[in-house]
Design a protein around this ligand. Structure first.
Ligand code: CMP
Length: 138
């Protein structure tokens, strides 16, 4: 069993895709071990994406991520990190395979509907950024 962090970004929430995204996770045997809706401040978005500090898109990305509510979730299952990334598709929707969340719903590389942890160490940091042990079921 593995855990990963998933975010339905402000564009996904605004487009009414919370149910659609969660249905895809549950249909792929990813269980939701924790979930909440939050509206990040600019500082909180900067902290979450600190690894991208200094990149050209950092300011715009953190503006976007703090512009509206997100749904943050912990997904749990066999190879949850890889499975979630497969369901999401490539970061840039132009490169994402047909049938993936980003290919079907994303507007562009920044407004790409969902975020998912990319490695076990990242998942530990990202889960701890949003959830305390008491908030995690399972
Ligand atoms: P995400 O999986 O949340 O991880 C970092 C985010 O930065 C990524 O999805 C995109 O939304 C965004 N991103 C990555 N590369 C670029 C880029 N070249 N231009 C704009 N945004 C980017």
């Amino acid at each position: 069993m593995e855990r990963t962090l998933s975010i339905i970004k402000p564009d996904g929430v605004a487009k009414g895709l919370i149910g659609e995204v969660i249905k895809r996770f549950e249909s792929a045997d990813l269980k939701i071990a924790a979930m909440k809706m939050i509206h990040m401040s600019k500082k909180e978005a900067e902290g979450f994406y600190a690894v991208h500090q200094g990149k050209a898109f950092y300011g715009s990305l953190t503006d976007f991520m703090s512009a509206g509510p997100c749904v943050v979730m912990i997904l749990e299952g066999l190879q949850a990190i890889a499975k979630n990334r497969e369901l999401m598709g490539a970061t840039n929707p132009k490169d994402a395979l047909p049938g993936t969340i980003r290919r079907e719903f994303a507007s562009n590389i920044e407004r790409n509907i969902v975020h998912g942890s990319d490695a076990p160490e990242t998942a530990v940091f990202e889960i701890g950024y949003f959830f305390s042990a008491l908030e995690i079921c399972g």
